[in-house]
Design a protein around this ligand. Structure first.
Ligand code: G3H
Length: 484
């Protein structure tokens, strides 16, 4: 294929960073698709899929792997540009931006290895029936990635979908989308015409017509559950739409009275402030047993005050925020909590310099406050306290989030009855309990999932390959010799 030049409207992409004279910095341009242009993208994908008779769907697994490996090679040639654009556009620091790229390449390599391993063992025999199993494509995937991992989390579903023979439409994220603008020509070079298609612009304009068209068979979405629900409702047969969703989270750090407070502080600090707390897996509410609360808060507020803040080029832990409305929202949460009795307990807490917001640590946060319930997705740490662990476990069971918990205790190895009750309760309300460690998605071979409004389906190397394909077989009563 080739990149079709965009002749319609464009908008400036403005960095959260400022020039020395205080002016805004325009770092690129992004297309603003009309509903008609969005429809053209999904129609191109549907034509290339051609109900399974398209060129890409009919290629062998090894032919598809070769195309993806060429794309990986081309992406690696652009590594420094992609890393730099992530820094200018969403302000990941050096280490986080590099990790986003490298982790993605490792994920693709692992997906290829997994696909080959599944194919080589895909022969079964039972009751005299021999079968060759294969993962075959579903059809057209609509893919929407998030602002905080615009490259990595888009690719986590898009590349497996391509490896399995699907055609795709990628809605470029409004924030963090320039990395994709830089890489469009890679897709044009490596894949047949119509297999990879792009849509850019506001989701509310571009997405409803695509979803209503009935041409989307697979929906991969990482973002808010509200947006996911409203898009799925647009599909003519929502119950038939295969969806892979990674959505909201309000992960709890729970510190038990016997915890090593030093470990809990270190892990909760990393878990709540990495990339300014803009991770669905961030620890967004820390619940402390009252017996260790003062000690934890003193150490935590000292540790957070020492975090370097500034531009993302270097080791700054706290960097400017890409979402323009976020500083105002965070200030509202702080005002609400402080008007109801919480205090900002750290130096510089909540200090704002244009797009840079130093995290406010709010304590004690209670159920009456918005910071207790809302997913702040930014630099704000909400800390509450409890006297009876059952209150915390009941809260976990009741909330509509259900992703992960970070549980701090020194008695994990002893396996008491009380601890197994706590672990069971956490595990029944979420999908992962991290003992003495922050919450996180990785390693990427592990299942990343969520209950309630946090997710649908599981993201991991092997599970995504399953989600984007149909297990298909050729079965025979005599020995099934070969297939393809
Ligand atoms: O924002 C949600 C991401 O899946 C978090 O991934 O835990 O590797 O930072 P992470």
């Amino acid at each position: 294929g080739k990149v079709v030049p965009w002749e319609g409207a464009c908008s400036d992409v403005v960095s959260p960073l400022f020039a020395a004279d205080g002016s805004r910095i325009v770092i690129g341009r992004q297309a603003v698709f009309t509903p008609e242009a969005s429809m053209a993208a999904v129609e191109a994908a549907a034509r290339s899929w051609a109900r399974g008779r398209g060129e890409w769907a009919q290629k062998s697994m090894e032919q598809r792997i070769a195309a993806v490996e060429l794309a990986v090679h081309r992406l690696k040639e652009r590594r420094s540009q992609i890393v730099e654009v992530l820094q200018w556009e969403i302000c990941k620091n050096d280490a986080d931006a590099a990790k986003e790229f490298d982790r993605t390449m490792e994920y693709i390599a692992a997906s290829i290895a997994q696909l080959r391993a599944a194919e080589s063992t895909g022969v079964v025999c039972d009751g005299g029936v021999h079968a060759i199993l294969r993962r075959s494509p579903v059809g057209v995937m609509m893919n929407l990635g998030p602002m905080n991992y615009p490259f990595n989390e888009t690719y986590a579903t898009l590349i497996p979908a391509l490896l399995c023979g699907n055609s795709v439409v990628m809605k470029i994220p409004n924030l963090g989308g320039l990395a994709h603008v830089l890489t469009m020509e890679v897709y044009a070079e490596c894949f047949p015409k119509g297999v990879v298609n792009f849509v850019a612009g506001r989701g509310r304009d571009t997405m409803p017509p695509i979803m209503r068209s009935g041409k989307v068979d697979l929906f991969a979405f990482i973002g808010s559950s509200k947006a996911a629900d409203s898009l799925i409702r647009e599909h003519p047969q929502p119950h038939r739409l295969r969806s892979l969703l990674s959505l909201d989270g309000k992960n709890l750090g729970i510190v038990l009275p016997d915890a090593d407070v030093g470990v809990a502080v270190k892990e909760c600090l990393a878990g709540s402030t990495a990339f300014n707390g803009q991770r669905c897996t961030a620890i967004k509410l820390i619940m402390l047993h009252e017996s260790i609360a003062d000690d934890f808060c003193r150490r935590f507020s000292d540790a957070i005050a020492a975090l370097p803040a500034g531009p993302p080029f270097g080791q700054s832990a706290i960097t400017p925020l890409p979402e323009p409305e976020k500083p105002k929202y965070l200030a509202e949460l702080v005002d609400d909590a402080t008007s109801k009795g919480a205090k900002v307990i750290n130096e510089r807490g909540g200090e704002t310099d244009r797009t840079l917001v130093f995290p406010a640590v709010l304590y004690p946060v209670t159920k009456e406050m918005r910071a207790f319930h809302e997913e702040q997705f930014g630099p704000l740490v909400a800390i509450g306290k409890y006297s009876d662990i059952e209150e915390v476990l009941q809260h976990l069971a009741d909330v509509h989030f259900g992703q992960q918990v970070a549980l701090f205790t020194s008695s994990a190895a002893q396996g008491s009855h009380q601890l197994s009750h706590i672990l069971d309760s956490c595990a029944l309300a979420t999908c992962r309990v991290n003992i003495n460690a922050q919450c996180q998605r990785g390693p990427d071979s592990f299942p990343f999932a969520g209950r309630k409004s946090s997710a649908l389906g599981t993201i991991s190397v092997s599970e995504v390959l399953r989600a984007v394909s149909v297990e298909t077989m050729v079965a025979s009563k005599s020995h099934a010799e070969t297939w393809g």
